[in-house]
Write a protein that binds this ligand. Sequence first.
Ligand code: PGA
Length: 316
Amino acid sequence: MAVASTSLACPQYSGLRRSCCPKLDTCSLSISTTQSFFQNVHSHLRLSSSPHKACRAVVTMAGSGKFFVGGNWKCSGTKESISKLVTDLNSAKLESDVDVVVAPPFIYIDQVKNSLTDRIEISAQNCWIGKGGAFTGEISGEQLKDIGCKWVILGHSERRHIIGEDDEFIGKKAAYALGQGLGVIACIGELLQEREEGKTFDVCFKQLKAFAESVPSWDNVVIAYEPVWAIGTGKVATPQQAQEVHLAVRDWLSKNVSAEVASKTRVIYGGSVNGSNCADLATQEDIDGFLVGGASLKGPEFATIVNSVTSKKVAA
Ligand code: PGA
C-alpha cells in the first residue's frame, strides 16, 4: 500500500479547509481539476492518515447541521434479540447533541416503537413509491407515519444493486415520503469497479441529481455516502477517502441547489463503521455522522459511534 502525503497536488482539499486553506475557492471549487486528481489517487493511494494534526486550529464541522447517527438493522433480528438490543440502547448514555435513529425491519417497528426510549427516533428501511393500495408486499409512507416512523432510508445500495431500484424510482419514493412528512436518509455510493475506473464522483453526482430533480425541498433529507465496496465488508473507507467525497457532495449541492442547502444538509458516511474507526472518521470536517449496519446491532458499540461526536470537538 503506497502512502502519499497531502502535499500532493491540492493539499488543501483533505479536511483542512476552514483554517488551513484560505484559498478554498480557487482550489476545491474547481471540481474538474480536483476530480481528476482524486480519480487518479482514490483507488491506489491512501493519503496520510492525520493531516489535521499539523494544524491545531482545524474546524471539524463544515456543515451547520447536527451530528446524525443512524443504525440500519437490515433484515436481522428476532423478537428476542431486538428486545435485548432495545434494552441496551435504553440504558446507553448518549451525547445530547446528536440525532439518533434506528431502522428495524418493518415487522419489528411496532415492538421497537413501544419499548425504545423517545430519545431515539425510528426509521424504516424502505417504502412504497406512492399512496398505498393494491401493491402486494409493500408498505406505504402513510403507514410508516401511522406506526410512528420519522424517517425512511431510500436508495440503499442493497436495494439499488440486489433489488434493482433505479435512480428515478428512488427519487420518486423520496419525493412521496417527504410529502408525507417523513425524513429521508438518501443513500448514494459507487461500486468498487466504478471507483477503480475513476467514476466515483460521476456516480455519486448522478445519484444526487436524481434526488435533486425529485425532492421539493432538502429540509428533511440526510445524505448517506456509502461506498458499496465498504458495506458489510469490513473494508472501511479511509477518513480522507470519505472526506473527499463528502466535500465534493457539499460542493455539488452548493453549485446545483444552493449554498444554504449545502451547509445545512447532513452528509453522513456508511460502510463498515464500527466502535474503533468512528472517532477518526468523525474528525473529518464534512462527515456529519454515520449510517451503521452491522455494528448497530450491538447496543454499546452503537452508543460509542453516536458518542464519536466528541472527537469532533476535541479535534477542533
Ligand atoms: P455496514 O452497513 O456498517 O454493515 O457496512 C452499512 C449500511 O449498509 O448502511
